[in-house]
Design a protein around this ligand. Structure first.
Ligand code: FAD
Length: 377
């Protein structure tokens, strides 16, 4: 079986992995960086709304020019029926950061890998890492048809935590949630994202490049099983006040997906010559719209931490990185809880589970949200 050596291997080619590979090559240009991505970024994927604060991160990564050329849809208005049944609108013109974007996610992910290649990272698509074992001071990674040894690894495999036990990490599930999403084409553009709270959970829809639109219902997996079926999903959509109206008669469904979307984190955030980044480090509820920004930011920080590890500052790198990760998670928990509490006006299981712990019977029955108590897997 062929075997290769690299200074750094990045596992996963989403925004976190791409940012890490980019930053490693910019920070320590003489080092060999290999990025291994299991897929090919050729399928639709949810996670479309990129807040305007990403501009600074993309500039820091040297990916801004490529991004600006891509012509993604500007997010001019966020519309929500969240705290009450009426719509409220927030226009980007009143934001100091300006407008964010609605992405074609597969195209964005490919673009970030292209930027990583431009600075000399070796990107391998269709290369899933099956196992990781300690070797000398680094790691031996097994792929289906090859082995790669690395002095340090950045683990950015998104919500695929299959390698957790190989790195000696545990995954803590803080709250379950699933997204039942459908993509449509032939939809007129309006540069808007809309969020609507409903008794069963919440819905969102965003205008996407090329006259496409995504519509998704988010609810707990034990409550939303029926939404996998098209007739159930369309019946629930028809009951929404605002989201259903966004789809014109000529819109045609192209793809449907069901994705996990609850909050989860890994512990520790970094270990012996490895660092977790992006969703793999801490996967946020999509309501927070912070997943991609967190992925880019933690990818950058993971690159610094991993390069410090090779410079003999292992303990400092781990301690500093873990402290930043913990702070990020601690800021998120109350913000998300407050966001849900503001919309909770139904006596349904989804919203009951999101009331403060002491008020709910379901919480006593073991449902855990927003980090009060987690399940270790
Ligand atoms: C329904 C939904 C809506 C969302 N909406 C938004 C939004 O509007 N805005 C926002 O900012 N965020 C949103 N998010 C979150 C956002 O999509 C994620 O936070 C973001 O994709 C995380 O990036 P990542 O690089 O960490 O992981 P990913 O993008 O998941 O990338 C991880 C990559 O690792 C690869 N991989 C996995 N295992 C292996 C392996 N063993 N070997 C090699 N490769 C592997 C995968 O193929 C994948 O490409 C949403 C999420 C969901 C579920």
């Amino acid at each position: 079986m062929p075997s290769e050596q690299a200074d750094f291997v990045v596992i996963g080619g989403g925004p976190a992995g791409a940012a890490a590979a980019l930053m490693l090559r910019r920070h320590v240009p003489g080092r060999r960086v290999i990025l291994l991505e299991a897929g090919r970024h050729d399928r639709p994927k949810p996670g479309e709304v990129l807040p305007a604060v990403a501009r600074g991160l993309l500039r820091q990564l040297g990916a801004w020019a490529l991004f600006a050329e891509a012509g993604f849809v500007e997010n001019r208005t966020l519309v929500s029926a969240w705290t009450k049944e009426q719509l409220s609108e927030k226009h980007s013109i009143f934001s100091a950061h300006g407008a964010g974007w609605h992405l074609d996610r597969a195209r964005f992910d490919r673009l970030m890998l292209q930027a990583a290649e431009t600075v000399g990272s070796e990107v391998r698509l269709g290369s899933a890492v099956c196992s990781a074992t300690r070797e000398n001071r680094g790691w031996r990674l097994k792929l289906a048809d090859a082995d790669i040894t690395a002095q340090a690894v950045i683990w950015a495999a998104g919500r695929s935590w299959g390698l957790a036990r190989h790195f000696g990490a545990k995954v803590i599930v803080h709250g379950h949630l699933a997204a039942y999403a459908r993509f449509f084409d032939r939809s007129p553009g309006d540069c808007r994202m809309i969020v609507e709270a409903r008794p069963e959970g919440w819905w969102y829809s965003a205008d996407l490049p090329d006259h496409r639109r995504v519509v998704a219902c988010l609810t707990d997996p034990d409550l939303g099983g029926g939404l996998r079926k098209a007739d159930h999903w369309y019946r629930a959509l028809a009951k929404t006040q605002f989201i259903a109206r966004l789809l014109p008669a000529e819109a045609r469904e192209t793809v449907s997906l069901v994705k996990p979307a609850g909050t989860a984190s890994v512990d520790p955030a970094a270990g012996e010559r490895w660092v977790a980044a992006g969703d793999c480090l801490f996967a946020a509820d999509p309501l927070s719209s912070r997943g991609i920004v967190h992925a880019l930011r933690s990818g950058i920080l993971a690159a610094y931490a991993a390069s410090d590890m090779l410079e003999g500052r292992e303990d400092l790198a781990r301690a500093r990185y873990s402290m930043i990760a913990t702070q990020g998670f601690n800021d998120y928990v109350p913000a998300l809880a407050a966001h849900y509490a503001a919309a909770a006006r139904w006596d349904t299981p989804f919203w009951q589970r999101r009331l403060p712990l002491k008020e709910t019977a379901t919480a006593r029955a073991g449902h855990s949200h927003f980090g009060r108590r987690g399940w270790v897997t």
